[in-house]
Design a binder for this molecule. Structure first.
Ligand SMILES: [Fe+2]
Length: 394
């Protein structure tokens, strides 16, 4: 890129209404590099730019390994229809999406872990959509509840004791690299800046309880995507004290202090955790953009380096219909995406959103597991085509 260029009709600000001579609303497409951090252009279309549908085309060269079986389409996985995810947390994860950086799973643990667990493959970020309980570690006990993120560093010896009086519904992000606070939220001494979307007081650490013996001697270690068993002669919860920066934390998504702009802010404004190859963002209830002509729902866009995943916790999602609590969507790179028919037009004029969701922008292509395909909504890709919309591929 040499310099910024501009051509044709554009409105005075991004993300506000642009109309043609007949009064018809034009449709933005934001084409962005590096998620929403790199160079970008905003393109204005006469028609909704994300309506192309899959079809057989006999062009292209031979690629070793072939195409993924699930094709290149938008997906809606109905995780609430996934039934094989009970039992202890250690056994209950059902992986749905994965690449070399991370694995995304759902689980609904309904009993306590019968063994201690060490994940030597990576950090884990759990979002507790429903439920709660206690995380028992050598560093103490960390109580958690619905709407919490739980951040477990790699190698932490732990055991989950879910509250069996509550329904549990958890979303797991297992990361090969460290899960961290985004660098831009810290000042030069490492303290969270005053304009960060959370403060130190929002994060909870384990309460140290001293040595204890739960009578459990079994340990499971995950390394290299395999599980290995060990047996202790004594309780491993024998720590008499500790000091340092390595420990699990809990943070309620409802404590995320969302930013609101005059016009729509990109998802990076909602960045909550950073991990190699992905950014985790929190969409929380908030007032919407306040420009009188603001298009407040997410505009159509092609985030050309990024696979976008959203786990919907609750609330209404103004840009997407047919989405429920527990829905998981995948919008792959390579095709644009945007609001459902009518949502763009209906979003003019501000107001408020009550949405609650966890979003991931993932750098590497995600593989869809067989378990995910079994709960895939086959009508989802087509649901973005407006009645009478042009969607033929020649
Ligand atoms: Fe998006």
């Amino acid at each position: 890129m040499l310099e910024r260029r501009s051509a044709g009709d554009v409105p005075p600000k991004p993300h506000i209404a642009l109309r043609g001579s007949s009064g018809a609303l034009r449709y933005e497409e934001c084409i962005t590099r590096a998620g929403f951090d790199g160079p970008y252009s905003i393109v204005y279309h006469e028609h909704r730019p994300h309506e192309a549908e899959p079809t057989e085309i006999h062009h292209g060269w031979q690629i070793l390994g072939g195409r993924p079986a699930h094709g290149l389409t938008r997906h809606h996985f109905k995780t609430f229809e996934q039934r094989q995810r009970g039992g202890p947390a250690l056994d209950a994860r059902v992986p749905l999406l994965e690449n070399d950086d991370l694995a995304l799973s759902v689980l609904a643990p309904d009993s306590e872990d019968p063994a201690y667990f060490v994940n030597a493959d990576g950090d884990e970020l759990l979002f507790i959509r429903e439920g709660g309980g206690v995380l028992k570690t050598q560093l103490g006990e960390l109580r958690f509840r619905a709407n919490d993120y739980l951040c477990l560093p790699r190698g932490l010896l732990h055991r989950f004791v879910p509250d069996t009086t509550l329904a549990q519904d958890w979303f797991s992000i297992e990361s090969a690299g460290a899960i961290a606070i985004p660098r831009q939220y810290r000042n030069e001494v490492g303290q969270l800046r005053m304009d960060a979307p959370y403060s130190h007081r929002d994060f909870r650490a384990p309460e140290f309880t001293g040595p204890s013996d739960e009578g459990i001697r079994k340990l499971v270690v995950k390394r290299g995507h395999a599980f290995y068993g060990f047996r202790y002669a004594r309780s491993p919860l024998d720590v008499v004290g500790w000091d340092g920066s390595y420990y699990p934390t809990a943070f309620s998504i409802l404590d995320f202090q969302a930013k609101v702009g005059m016009v729509h802010l990109p998802p990076t404004a909602h960045a909550t955790f950073a991990l190699p190859g992905a950014l985790v963002c929190s969409f929380v209830p908030r007032p919407l953009d306040y420009h009188p002509q603001a298009l407040t729902c997410p505009y159509p866009h092609s985030s050309v380096d990024i696979e976008e995943v959203i786990y919907y916790a609750r609330g209404d999602f103004m840009s997407r219909k047919g989405i429920s609590a527990g829905s998981l969507s995948l919008h792959p790179a390579g095709i644009p995406h945007g609001p459902h028919p009518g949502a763009y037009e209906a979003s003019l004029g501000g107001g408020r959103t009550e949405e609650l969701a966890v979003m991931l922008d993932c750098a590497r292509p995600l593989r869809v597991t067989a378990a995910a395909l079994a709960i895939d909504d086959p009508s989802y890709h087509h649901s973005f085509v407006a009645p009478g919309g042009s969607h033929s591929i020649g």
